[in-house]
Design a protein around this ligand. Structure first.
Ligand code: ZN
Length: 281
């Protein structure tokens, strides 16, 4: 199942057609994108019976919002790929490095991104969406608490991130539109191996990042066990699982985003984000 948020309404993308959840289910389900998790299994069963032959408008990329627009909590993981830790000249962490992206930064897959300085960087990431409340969940059971996965960009203003000592991550990664997501929330049954998905990022057409989520230092189940040991994860919560090597701030020479460039971020089986950078007013 591919759930999309088109103009604020939740629907299923069936072969490029938008099947509005509320309209086509006879109001059994709500069109509010945040309401899907309470009815997840029923919606999945219903969605599997929808066909593209149903009347439905086309999915319009320009109208898509974040498939999870208002999560209670957004967790993000730093230094979770070996090549990224190495390029940053930092040791491989012994424990997950957890910070937050404040939820107001979340936008749709094709939103424009106003640049807050001349040191804004890209980070393609797999984003895990929690399906039901998780507290003290062992890793072996952790996938049962995941509704699905999507693509995210953890856009980062390095000027703000490293403006003091120690660096502070959350604010520099939470400016307006610094969290593009989508294009769809894809349920786990769509993947033969949800823990081994290829991901890539291009800037202005140049391939900058290329890896697979199989290279995560701390896997999705390990992250859920680690976070939920102390902190309850709620339905709709997000985990940005970390970015592979290839970000701009540690390149030689350094490379940052400039207005007019487009960041494209893709994960196999999910789709692609396309975000044009613009000057901030
Ligand atoms: Zn990141």
């Amino acid at each position: 199942m591919r759930l999309v948020n088109q103009a604020g309404r939740l629907g299923v993308d069936v072969a490029g057609r938008f099947i509005d959840l509320e309209l086509h289910s006879g109001k059994r389900f709500s069109s509010d994108p945040m309401s899907a998790f309470a009815d997840w299994d029923a919606i999945r069963a219903w969605a599997s019976k929808q066909s593209a032959g149903e009347v439905g408008p086309r999915v319009e990329p320009a109208k898509l919002g974040s498939p999870v627009p208002r999560p209670t909590q957004v967790f993000a993981i730093g230094l979770n790929y070996k090549d990224h830790a190495e390029e940053a000249n930092l040791p491989i962490p012994d424990a997950p490095m957890v910070f937050t992206k404040f939820p107001t930064c979340l936008v749709g897959p094709n939103a424009e991104v106003p640049l807050t300085s001349n040191r804004v960087d890209w980070e393609v990431e797999q984003v895990v969406v929690i399906g039901r409340q998780a507290l003290r969940v062992p890793a072996v059971k952790a996938w049962d608490f995941v509704a699905g996965v999507t693509v995210g960009q953890d856009i980062s203003d390095r000027r703000l991130q490293f403006s003091g000592k120690p660096p502070q991550f959350s604010l520099g990664k939470s400016a307006t539109a610094f969290g593009p997501m989508g294009p769809a929330l894809v349920s786990l049954d769509e993947f033969s191996a949800p823990d081994a998905l290829e991901l890539r990022c291009w800037v202005a057409g140049e391939l900058m990042q290329e890896s697979t989520t199989a290279n995560l230092i701390f896997s999705v189940p390990e992250l859920i066990e680690y976070i939920s040991k102390d902190c309850a994860l709620m339905p709709g919560d997000l985990i940005f699982t970390g970015t592979p090597g290839g970000v701009g701030s540690v390149r030689n020479p350094r490379r940052y985003l400039v207005p007019g460039e487009t960041i494209e971020s893709e994960i196999e089986g999910i789709g692609r984000l396309s975000n044009r950078c613009v000057a901030r007013d």
